[in-house]
Design a protein around this ligand. Sequence first.
Ligand code: NAP
Length: 240
Amino acid sequence: MELRDKIALVTGGNRGIGRAVSLALAKRGCNVIINYRSGEEEAQRTLEMVKGEGVKAWLLKFDVRRRNEVREALHSISPEIGRIDILINNAGILGKKFKLEDIDDDEWDNVLNTNLKGAFIVTQEVLKYMKKGKIVNIASIAGRNGGAVGAHYAASKAGLIGLTFALASQLAPNILVNAVAPGPVDTSLISEEKKEELAKLALVNRIARPYEIAHAVIFLLENDYMTGSVVDINGGRYMI
Ligand SMILES: NC(=O)c1ccc[n+]([C@@H]2O[C@H](COP(=O)([O-])OP(=O)(O)OC[C@H]3O[C@@H](n4cnc5c(N)ncnc54)[C@H](OP(=O)(O)O)[C@@H]3O)[C@@H](O)[C@H]2O)c1
């Protein structure tokens, strides 16, 4: 797919991997709707950066866990945008508790509702504006191997991979759906001390930079013969 003049929605597009994806899209001439939940300052900064690439950009505030908010936000912007060509389901959280015995029902629900149900809700609502296009879900290595994270996070990302397969089979050939499964990435999702520890798990001796994940996302968007695929991007973690 040629990205120039398309319209993309990036959930959690204000910072971290979402910002890198928003910028990578803008650099290819794609207009970007930058979603955020509470990071207003980061959102304004990303908006300026994206507009600096000469494309149109909008901020759209909604919580992916809340269907009404998502629906109303999309409705409010629809007269201006008309359609959505690309959806990046990126919004996600790691959770606050990591040991199995510490994860209570509220903690479980919050992570699953954000990382998995959020992607489901946003996808359903966006499909009302997308007849032809691409969806990329930001999963995780944790959805492949459990990872060095909480069981709720791993389950949410494994679920997101399952959702990717189901959407790919139900939406083809007009809408192609893929996922990326990154290893640790240098964003505020991970604490600084954990980053050093995780760097040792990769063959390349470091964690990923956000633009390296964005690069894989762009590849999936530009390629028209991939659907239902999960691209691992983890610095050779499986060999260790
Ligand atoms: N960093 C890693 O090591 C890593 C590895 C593999 C996969 N991932 C995945 O990559 C994605 C992005 O993570 P990141 O590393 O860029 O993390 P980040 O810097 O912490 O950013 C998280 C983003 O998600 C948004 N968000 C969180 N809850 C939301 C909600 N309920 N509704 C709407 N937006 C919400 C945040 O918006 P606000 O700023 O408004 O809160 C923020 O934009 C996540 O799905 C994460 O699981 C990350």
